[in-house]
Design a protein around this ligand. Structure first.
Ligand code: HEM
Ligand code: HEM
Length: 165
């Protein structure tokens, strides 16, 4: 899409989906012990039993996948905002972080589902490696947002607060 057609702000839907995904991913980590215990039982050959927090992990993860694909579709359809970068290196770092976040918003639910529904131990191992990488990327992303906001003082948080339409 030519630069003149590029949107100047995220849409309301893009912003709502961003913060919903943030809340969903936060609960995946905060209540992680339930799924961990259930998986331990499964690998020990026992019944997992019903636990609402396990259901929340499975359903919450599935929603993250759906919302990530939806966001990618919205990006493709609306066009991408021009980067708000202080220098080339910082712009590249932000881009790599965003690509990594999107990749893991897809790979985490996929690997979790293959483990849970397919009973594949290797997928659970991959899920466990990626959970650390996702956490690191989220930390980097938040550090970047705070750096923009309080050091560069370019009010980047407004991009994820005020919608264009
Ligand atoms: C699980 C946590 C989070 C994930 C997975 C996530 C993911 C993303 C992704 C993929 C983008 C790029 C959007 C796009 O261009 O399509 C983005 C943008 C943004 N996020 Fe997050 N985010 C998270 C948490 C946060 C938090 C806690 C903050 C605030 C401190 C934040 C602030 C922002 C801002 C300001 C942008 C716009 C950046 C720009 O347009 O250059 N995010 N986020
Ligand atoms: C964005 C989506 C997801 C995130 C961020 C996430 C995050 C996590 C985290 C942090 C753990 C670690 C528990 C621990 O360290 O004790 C975990 C474990 C697990 N998750 Fe997910 N998860 C997601 C999606 C899913 C989905 C959709 C499923 C299943 C349908 C799933 C199935 C599992 C399983 C089976 C484990 C146990 C693995 C083990 O303990 O070795 N996850 N997840």
């Amino acid at each position: 899409m030519p630069a003149t057609d590029a949107p100047t702000r995220y849409s309301r839907l893009q912003i709502v989906l961003h913060w919903l995904v943030f809340a969903l991913i936060a609960q995946q980590y905060i209540f992680k012990d339930a799924i961990s215990t259930a998986w331990g039982r499964v690998t020990d050959g026992l019944e997992a039993g019903f636990d609402p927090l396990v259901l929340a992990h499975v359903a919450g993860g599935a929603l993250v996948l759906i919302f990530a694909l939806w966001r990618l579709m919205l990006r493709a359809r609306r066009g991408v905002l021009p980067a708000q970068e202080a220098n080339r290196l910082q712009g590249v770092l932000a881009k790599i972080t965003h690509v990594g976040l999107y990749a893991l918003m897809i790979l985490m639910p996929v690997s979790g589902s293959v483990a849970w529904f397919g009973g594949l131990q290797a997928a659970a191992q991959g899920h466990n490696v990626m959970k650390v990488i996702l956490l690191a990327l989220v930390a980097l992303h938040i550090a970047g947002a705070l750096y923009h906001q309080f050091v560069l003082r370019d009010n980047i948080l407004a991009r994820m607060r005020r919608a264009q339409d």
